[in-house]
Design a protein. Sequence first.
Length: 305
Amino acid sequence: MTGLRAGVDIGGTKTLVVVCDEDGKELGSASAPSESHRGGAAILDRAAELVSSLVPDHAALAGVGVGAAGVVDPVTGTVLVTGDSFTGWAGTPVNAELSARLGGVPVRTVNDVDGFLLGELLPGERNVLGVAVGTGVGGALFVDGRLLYGGATGAGEIGHVGRYGEERCTCGQIGHLEAYAAGRALTRRYGEATGRTLAAEDVAAEALNGDDAAQAVFTDAGRFLGQAVAHAAGLLGLATCVLGGSVVRSWTLLEKPVREALEERPLLSGKPVSVRLSRHGAKSVALGAAGLTAGIQRLPDVSNP
C-alpha cells in the first residue's frame, strides 16, 4: 500500500493526528480538543477535520489508523465500552463512520494503549507489555508478534486487576492498580492525607521538594505498578515492558519502587522484567495507529477476536 498514512489518537481531552509517508516518517501533526462529551458524531467530526487539515486531498491517503479510548472491537472498530471521560462514545462504529467522512479511505481502529504499544515497538520485537499511566491506567499485550485483543472487556486491562489495598477504583471495584497509580488517584490520595487538592504533576513537585505525604503516594504507585507488571509479564512470558503516560513523566519518583518490586518478582529466567520509557511521548498512540495501515503484522488479526 502506497500513499500517505494518518494516525489518530482520540483521547478524553485531546485528539491528535499525525501524517506519515509510506515509510513511516512523520510529515506533520495537528491537535484539538476531542469534543468527548458531545457524542460519537462530534468526536469523529473533529478527527476528520484534523486529518483534512493535514491532507486536504483524501485520495492521497492510503489509510487511516485510529487509537481510540475504550474497549474496541478490532474487526469493526466499534467502541464497546468507555470510561467517564466520554459521553455517547460507546457504540460508535469508528471504521465506517470516519471512513465516510474521509471519502471512503480505509480506516482501522484499536484501543489507544494498543496504538501506544505499536508505536513503541522496536524492530524485531515480538513479545512486549505496554502500560500507559495517565488519568487512568491501561495496558496492551504484544505476544508472538501480534496484539492480543481478548474478549468483550478487552485484553491488557492491567489497571483493573489486583487487590493492592482498600481504595475504591474508578470502575467501582476495590484495590485495583488504577486506584493507586493513576493521576486522579495521586490527586485523591494526597488530598486525603493533607487536605490539599493538587493536580498529579503538582503532587510530584511537592514530592521532589521533600513532602512526605506526596512521596508516600508516589512510592505506593510505583510499588504496585511494578508488582502488576511482574505478574502480567510472568503470566505471558514477556521480558520487556514499555511505560508511558503523563504520570510516568515523574519517573524520578517512580523508578526506585518500580524496580524494587520487579527485582522481588523475577521471571523464571531469574531476571526481572526489563522496563523502558516511551520514546515518542504524546505522539506514540498516533504513530502506532498510523502503522495499522502498513504491513501484515500491524493489521488487526481477525483470527484473534
